[in-house]
Ligand binder design. Structure first.
Ligand code: FES
Length: 273
């Protein structure tokens, strides 16, 4: 069992942060890797990328958005409660090197995934430009953490309630026009990552994205997480979760993510009944 040591609600209760006792995972995990958890014996298995790890304390931090039955159930767990199982670390860590200037752009709970990667690139001596965005000020998460992890930092909101009034891709475009950028890391909802990649392609800047495919085993056996990358079938769990964003078939990924919407609705209706 994996005990919850602390719990925090963010973004008006639509996002929850859990710090969880998981010493073996904390010892081995690197930025970009994920875990697969089950709340209880009959629970579905969901992948979540770690937002932080503390090997000395033996903890991992997971940040998740309430989107369906499992995350709604997870939201009911309090400090002292436990997840039945957490498997990990899984997936390939982010390849972090000293390459020059890196833009790390995140949206939604993708910011939580982006945070350790941003910090890693800065610690490696890169100039790191952090950009995060949300629909409005209340929905922004990890603003202070991302600011501390970046060399330069910008915030934007769709309604202008905090920072730049507009999309993160506008800020990204300005950066790409005004300075040499060696890598962009874009993590967030699929449409956002697709948009980031369409911008960086125009400027021919390599772009990494982290894919949130549906997963079951997380070890390359079931094929559930397959994505098309450069025309080849890849498994997000073992070949990723990060890929060259210019080669990812985002429309195919969106279709697969929506493949169980009817079942998810039935499950949610039963949970709330
Ligand atoms: Fe089964 Fe990736 S989750 S192959």
């Amino acid at each position: 069992m994996f005990k919850i040591l602390s719990r925090r609600e963010m973004a008006q209760g639509t996002v929850v942060e859990n710090v969880i006792e998981a010493p073996q995972i904390a010892k081995k995990a690197k930025p970009g890797q994920f875990v697969i958890l089950r709340v209880n014996e009959t629970g579905e298995r969901i992948p979540l990328t770690m937002a932080n790890t503390d090997p000395e304390r033996g903890t991992i931090t997971l940040i998740y958005q309430i989107v369906g039955k499992t995350t709604s159930l997870m939201k009911t767990l309090q400090v002292g409660d436990a997840f039945m199982d957490i498997a990990g670390p899984l997936g390939k860590p982010t390849h972090i090197d000293n390459i020059g200037t890196v833009v790390c752009i995140g949206g939604g709970t993708g910011v939580a995934v982006l945070h350790p990667i941003t910090r890693g690139f800065k610690e490696m001596g890169n100039k790191v430009i952090g950009i995060i965005g949300a629909r409005n000020k209340e929905l922004l998460i990890m603003e202070d953490e991302m600011k501390a992890a970046s060399t330069e930092f910008e915030v934007c909101t769709d309604d202008g309630s905090c920072g730049y009034h507009g999309f993160g891709t506008d800020l990204l475009k300005k950066r790409l026009e005004s300075e040499k950028v060696d890598l962009v890391v874009g993590i967030g909802p699929v449409p956002m990552m697709k948009f980031v990649c369409s911008v960086t392609k125009q400027y021919d800047v390599p772009t990494l994205v982290s894919l949130n495919a549906i997963m079951v085993d997380g070890t390359g056996m079931c094929g559930c997480c397959r994505v098309s990358v450069g025309g080849d079938t890849k498994f997000a769990c073992v070949d990723g979760p990060e890929f060259d964003g210019h080669k990812v078939d985002f429309d195919g990924l969106s279709q697969r993510l929506a493949g169980y919407m009817a079942e998810e609705k039935v499950s949610m209706d039963r949970f709330t009944a």
